[in-house]
Design a protein around this ligand. Sequence first.
Ligand code: F6R
Length: 243
Amino acid sequence: MPVITSKQFRWIEVENYGEMSRLAAAIFEQQLLSKPNSVLGLATGSSPIGFYEALVARFKHGNFSFQEAQSFNLDEYVGVAEANETSYHSYMERHLFSHIDLPVAKRHLPIGMTKNIHAECERYEQAIIQSGGIDLQLLGIGVNGHIGFNEPGTSFTSKTHVVELAEATREENAKYFLSKETVPTHAITMGIETIMNANQIVLLAFGDHKTEAIKRLRFEGISENFPASILKEHPHVTVLFGK
Ligand code: F6R
């Protein structure tokens, strides 16, 4: 008998950033309501800020809890201390962790200050596997199609690894630092296969500067030159986009 896989790839064009954020928060709320011990994959950057606000608002409304959940962030810069305000640890603390009841021990990000980066990558990948795997992964998309910090050319079979950031990515992220020169050159990121192993994925892309990336994602074929294109092979993706 042929194996029939049901594939759900939804493109949802939103009116504004607030609508995108609320729809994404509703998907995460639903996930936690149906499985309180969900493993959540989280992202940083400008796209999810409104999403975290909306999720915190829903949490404060009191319908669900993060007590039994776990989270794994996509990435962290190498060489930036956790306490530094430009670290992704700090970002998560500011936008989500300090507002919810997710136990500290269940919040996972790669440790960018580690002495042994390769061991840290392996540890992180194993921790995701040990957790039972990611139920719902949040993603943004870079203008060059990167997901996590998987830049064009990254193998689709990559696991958590260390990357050298592309110039375009360092330029995009310079706004969070004093100057482009101070943007870290390397990061630890979940690999593309790590991301593709999530049961469900929600990708956020809002603004004129993301239009081209969304067009390429929609209409171009699958290629390692545009990392996000692999998502079209995933069984359950929702892309929330608009400008
Ligand atoms: C963030 C991450 C990146 C961003 C992407 C889009 O954890 O892994 O892939 O999602 O660079 O960034 P923004 O949302 O700032 O446009």
